[in-house]
Ligand binder design. Structure first.
Ligand SMILES: *[C@@H]1O[C@H](CO)[C@@H](O)[C@H](O)[C@H]1NC(C)=O
Ligand SMILES: *[C@@H]1O[C@H](CO)[C@@H](O)[C@H](O)[C@H]1NC(C)=O
Ligand SMILES: *[C@@H]1O[C@H](CO)[C@@H](O)[C@H](O)[C@H]1NC(C)=O
Ligand SMILES: *[C@@H]1O[C@H](CO)[C@@H](O)[C@H](O)[C@H]1NC(C)=O
Ligand SMILES: *[C@@H]1O[C@H](CO)[C@@H](O)[C@H](O)[C@H]1NC(C)=O
Ligand SMILES: *[C@@H]1O[C@H](CO)[C@@H](O)[C@H](O)[C@H]1NC(C)=O
Ligand SMILES: *[C@@H]1O[C@H](CO)[C@@H](O)[C@H](O)[C@H]1NC(C)=O
Ligand SMILES: *[C@@H]1O[C@H](CO)[C@@H](O)[C@H](O)[C@H]1NC(C)=O
Length: 382
């Protein structure tokens, strides 16, 4: 199994944060691939080169866009319209929020917002009255929306998201969502920093990246689908009360390496009662990275999470899960594992409430009917 080791991600995030605080304009042309590189000198080198180029390009502004030919997907203009975002100013908008703002209220047709490679350092909010929006990036290592709020600097964790989606039918393809607030040290207060909050029903993500530390992906509410996504974090890095299916995703912990104590968790699912219809299902995923972490913590009493056909490295604590020291939750939480592999999947020392699911029990979590996909989920190419 090819699990990327994530020890360089904290470093790259820190570098993004530092550069962002100087000037976000400096990101012209710098790809996330370069930022993720372990070789700092390469980053510095590319900055120097870019500084030169930028100067050059400022002199002849006309030439920046000469080679600009967006590879728009083919669309049916009767159901979809395209808006283009490019931070060099080569098409409709230079900022993602400006494109979102230009979409009409409650449009019955889809608006595809095509976003060129680059880092867009802005906070983006898609309000309830803008359903049916697609963000199409150029790959999760080359297009990113980045901001650096944390719980302290916003109205709390729930409002710290670099991107916040409150509308229905949101789609994102081949783009990253990042929060580059300083990585919290042990016991930090107010440092939760969400990369994206997904608060609308029927949202789908293909080939997307989610980068942060504590509380990266706020899978808040509604039915959501994630395919081939890269999700990085430390504590509770997929959290919320959504009903979501994650297929073929990489879940990469950046909790401190070498710690003997448990210092993170992949999930904190927030189902509060039997009546709520929510839960996270991870199918054919990989769990790896650094630290010593749980698969989940029982944020609320009916927390519901299943890992199936998933490879886990030895970063998973042998007990696997946490009831947050509230044994009354053991009766109501639903934590299941099915046909997983790797050193972290050994269930012999799991907490007593963890269930080794049989075929019948696992079945409802394994397919897209878990999120009623036939009612709403389109294919990647649509
Ligand atoms: C976006 O740009 C295209 C091509 O220049 C143009 O045809 C279209 O009218 C623009 N749309 C908006 C909303 O500005
Ligand atoms: C869209 O709705 C918002 C909030 O209700 C309102 O302020 C705005 O004027 C509306 N825009 C249009 C174009 O109707
Ligand atoms: C989204 O657009 C489709 C048509 O493409 C339309 O049928 C549907 O009603 C729209 N959804 C919303 C919530 O507006
Ligand atoms: C958040 O604010 C609290 C109270 O002012 C402070 O103690 C804490 O250090 C702050 N945390 C961060 C990450 O800034
Ligand atoms: C976009 O995402 C899809 C689905 O995960 C993937 O197959 C494809 O390679 C990605 N394309 C790019 C340019 O990253
Ligand atoms: C169990 O997981 C493996 C991959 O680790 C997969 O090849 C196999 O099909 C799975 N078995 C079932 C019954 O889903
Ligand atoms: C699982 O862990 C137990 C206890 O640590 C060990 O005895 C057993 O060999 C392990 N099983 C596998 C398949 O590694
Ligand atoms: C699976 O487990 C459930 C609950 O323990 C049990 O009722 C059912 O008979 C089992 N099914 C199979 C096929 O083992």
């Amino acid at each position: 199994m090819n699990i990327p080791k994530s020890i360089y991600f904290p470093l790259s995030i820190a570098i993004v944060a530092i550069l962002a605080s100087i000037s976000f304009k400096i990101f012209d042309r710098l790809t996330l691939e370069e930022l993720s590189s372990p070789i700092i000198s390469r980053i510095i080198h590319s900055n120097i080169q870019r500084g030169h180029h930028r100067h050059h390009r400022d002199d002849k502004k006309q030439s920046i866009c000469d080679n600009f030919s967006p590879n728009f997907p083919t669309i049916d203009p009767t159901t979809t319209s395209i808006l283009c975002v490019d931070h060099n100013g080569c098409c409709n908008f230079t900022a993602v929020q400006a494109a979102v703002d230009s979409v009409g209220n409650f449009s019955a047709t889809r608006t595809l917002i095509w976003i060129n490679s680059g880092i867009y350092f802005e906070k983006v909010i898609i309000p309830k009255n803008k359903p049916n929006i697609t963000f199409q990036g150029q790959g999760y290592t080359s297009t990113a929306i980045v901001y650096n709020d944390n719980a302290n600097s916003s109205r709390g964790t729930f409002y710290s998201g670099s991107v916040q989606v409150f509308s229905t039918n949101f789609i994102a393809k081949n783009i990253s969502f990042m929060n580059v607030a300083p990585i919290p040290g042990p016991g930090a207060v107010g440092a939760q920093a969400v990369a994206i909050r997904i608060g609308g029903d029927q949202a789908a993500f293909w080939g997307c990246g989610f980068f942060g530390a504590q509380d990266t992906l706020h899978d808040d509410r509604g039915r959501h689908y994630f395919k081939e996504c890269y999700i990085q974090g430390s504590i509770d890095f997929v959290f919320g009360n959504g009903k979501s299916l994650y297929e073929n995703c990489q879940l990469i912990s950046m909790a401190s390496p070498g710690s003997r104590s448990i210092n993170g968790a992949v999930t904190a699912h927030g189902r509060g009662s039997k009546e709520e219809d929510s839960g996270f299902a991870f199918v054919n995923c990989n769990v790896g990275g650094s630290g010593r972490i749980w698969l989940g913590r029982a944020w609320r009493p009916f927390s519901t999470v299943v890992f199936a056909n998933t490879f886990m490295t030895d970063i998973i604590s042998p007990d696997g899960w946490s009831d947050l020291n509230d044994p009354s939750r053991d009766q109501t939480i639903f934590y299941g594992e099915y046909n997983c592999s790797g050193a972290g999947s050994n269930m012999s020392q799991r907490a007593p409430y963890v269930q080794k699911l049989n075929d019948t029990q696992a079945l409802p979590f394994l397919s897209s009917s878990f999120i009623d996909a036939d009612q709403w989920l389109q294919s990647f190419s649509n």
